[in-house]
Design a protein around this ligand. Structure first.
Ligand code: SF4
Ligand code: SF4
Ligand code: SF4
Length: 301
């Protein structure tokens, strides 16, 4: 990984020196070894702070949202999941391709800084596994799908078996059993909105959950309001979730959010076909459910 860090630093430095970018988005070391976090280099001198290490798990494409209303030309280092996030933002017209110089890094899999923090924090006597993060064990696309330059050898997907197996089990339940399952699952949600903040597909400028006049969704930690939050959030992800797993990773109460995301991925695949969200970028293309046509056969539209 040191070699990849050196290459990314060299590319970023060259881009700054040639005047081709104004900022470069990547990762930097935190105060502890496992606290690698997102980083914005603003000049060639900053480039020495860029790292790519075993904890560079944060989906850095999310950082692009901070630049959507400005004009900086942006260099960005991306893993497979991050690159799918870039496709999400291009399709959603949040950023223009010609503002980006994308350095792709085939990803060997990451460890989870949050799991490491729990191991070091003393809150739990039970030590967690120090292997790859769950989202990386489930990864179907470690190689960047969009880039200007590629750094490092191609990696193989790590996901084994049928990633929809648990979804299929839940589909076999009766409607009442399913309702109870999801009600119980979401009952521990503390509505911290970390899953929304970390999500690159949650790119609305005004979020329905922040609206107070009118207040569309209540703010209590009640079963009804929790269910409403997840129903709305996840329905907005249909055809758009790029399966980066960040929402589930950052959830402080370990709600299995990817289960619902995968149900939507499975259903959208069945109903509409085509490549999964963020797997390829074709200029002008839109994900299913984000296009409206006047001759749509669904009369309620
Ligand atoms: S999900 Fe895949 S691309 Fe993303 S950090 Fe994990 S292994 Fe890398
Ligand atoms: S991160 Fe977890 S606890 Fe927080 S709002 Fe999302 S599901 Fe609820
Ligand atoms: S819903 Fe979760 S997995 Fe899907 S794009 Fe958002 S953070 Fe990634």
């Amino acid at each position: 990984m040191k070699e990849i860090t050196n290459k990314v630093q060299a590319i970023a430095a060259k881009l700054f020196e040639e005047g081709k970018i104004d900022v470069f988005l990547a990762w930097e070391k935190g105060e502890l070894n496992f606290k690698t976090k997102s980083y914005v280099a603003r000049n060639a001198l900053d480039v020495k702070n860029i790292v790519f290490d075993e904890y560079s798990i944060y989906n850095v494409s999310n950082s692009l949202l901070k630049f959507r209303d400005s004009h900086e030309r942006i260099g960005i280092a991306v893993k497979g999941c991050d690159s799918r996030g870039i496709v999400r933002l291009l399709e959603d017209l949040q950023i223009k391709r010609d503002r980006l110089y994308i350095v792709g890094i085939p990803c060997p899999g990451m460890k989870d800084p949050l799991a490491a923090a729990r191991n070091h924090g003393g809150f739990s006597k039970k030590q967690e596994e120090d292997g790859l993060a769950k989202k990386c064990l489930d990864c179907i696309q470690p190689n960047p799908v969009i880039y200007d330059e590629l750094v490092g050898p191609e990696q193989s997907p790590r996901q084994q078996g049928d990633r929809f197996a648990r979804v299929k089990e839940i589909e076999q339940m009766s409607a009442d059993e399913r309702y109870k399952f999801w009600e119980d699952t979401f009952s521990t949600c503390i509505r911290c909105y970390a899953c929304r903040q970390v999500c690159v597909a949650c790119d609305c400028r005004t979020c329905i959950f922040d609206e107070m006049k009118p207040q569309w969704v209540g703010r209590e930690n009640s079963s009804t309001d929790n269910m409403m939050y997840h129903l709305v959030k996840h329905s907005h992800m249909a055809g758009r979730c790029i399966e980066c797993g960040e929402c589930e990773r950052v959830c402080p109460v370990n709600i299995p959010l990817m289960l619902l995301n995968r149900k939507l991925i499975k259903d959208v695949g069945t109903l509409f076909g085509g490549p999964e969200a963020g797997m390829q970028y074709v200029e002008g293309s839109k994900p299913p459910l984000s296009v409206y046509r006047e001759n749509d056969p669904d009369s309620f539209l």
